[in-house]
Structures are given as C-alpha cells and as structure tokens.
Design a protein around this ligand. Structure first.
Ligand SMILES: [Zn+2]
Ligand SMILES: [Zn+2]
Length: 120
C-alpha cells in the first residue's frame, strides 16, 4: 500500500481557505508590522460591557496586541487604574492608550473585594 502525501502549498491558507481563516494584514492599530500577521477586531469599549459595533469603537489589531490590550484592562481593574510603571512599561503606548480608553468608558471598574481565602 502506498501512502501519497500531498505537498503543502505554503500559500494555502491565503487562497483556498481564505474565507474561513483569520484575515491577514499589516494594519495593526498598536504595532508596525512588516509581514502579514493574523488580524482581529477589538471593541475599544468591549461588547460585553455594552460597546457598540460601530466604526468608532472598532480597531484592527494583531492577536498579540489584542491579548495585550485585554490584559492591560485587567491590570487597570486590579489596580484601580494605577498600574505600577514597572508593569506598565512592558506594554506599548498604543496598547495602554486603547486599554485605558476602554476601561474609562466602562466606568473605571475596580476589583471587587477579594474573596476570603482560608486555604493559605
Ligand atoms: Zn477585544
Ligand atoms: Zn500588532
């Protein structure tokens, strides 16, 4: 029995499956990219918090930038908006800007009282 392996075309995902894969591009709102990377839509005021599906509230970011924005919003919530510079400096200026905007528009939520932890 012979197994025939198909040769993988490196551009496969840019052509055949294009409608089904994440769009690729350069137009990241938080970085300059010199090669194509997967792009995602981010709602500056997150949809889960009532952010509208409008052009003003949508930016295109790469998946890394998207993760960073959401992580920085989490940090803002944990620190009540006072993320120590030691931590904040790891995030790009644009990431901090969009995250802060979303966090402020959502009413600058603070972390709820930490639940009692008896397992110390
Ligand atoms: Zn997002
Ligand atoms: Zn990017």
């Amino acid at each position: 029995m012979t197994t025939t392996r198909k040769t993988v075309d490196p551009t496969h995902f840019l052509t055949v499956n294009a409608p089904y894969t994440m769009p690729m591009g350069f137009t990241c709102a938080v970085h300059k990219h010199d090669s194509w990377v997967p792009m995602e839509k981010h709602h500056v005021l997150p949809q889960a918090l009532g952010g509208p599906n409008t052009k003003d509230n949508l930016i295109t970011v790469c998946c890394n930038g998207h993760y960073a924005i959401h992580e920085f919003m989490r940090q803002l919530t944990l620190t009540g908006g006072k993320v120590p510079w030691e931590q904040a400096r790891h995030y790009g200026a644009k990431v901090r800007e969009y995250a802060t905007s979303g966090w402020e528009q959502s009413g600058s939520p603070k972390k709820a009282e930490a639940p009692l932890d008896s397992s110390d």
